[in-house]
Write a new protein. Sequence first.
Length: 120
Amino acid sequence: MQTHLALEAVEKHLEDVSAAMLAGDPVALEQCSAQLRLAIAGFSQVMESVRGRPLPADMAARIQRASEQLSMQRDNLARVTALVDRQVASLLPPADNSSTYGKTGATPGSVAARIYRSAG
């Protein structure tokens, strides 16, 4: 029965993450994602205790659906991230590798100032 409760927690948090993504609420999404990670970790521990024993068919199907839903959420999050990156790029100019006061390496052996560029 503990396995069913752990799986129900994962399913509930998957629904919460989906709702937060649809609402476009980044704070709620972060909180729900953290709770989902904890629920998945708990479910994983419970599954370790039943390792080697066959799962009931209905539970295996629920696990498969949860896995598919998690994969779909990951793909959707990647799409949203790409969209946000494009939106940011349209508002802010892309960072270039040129220095503040001129082109780096304009003359052999010269080093231009890099006061505003990060060291990474």
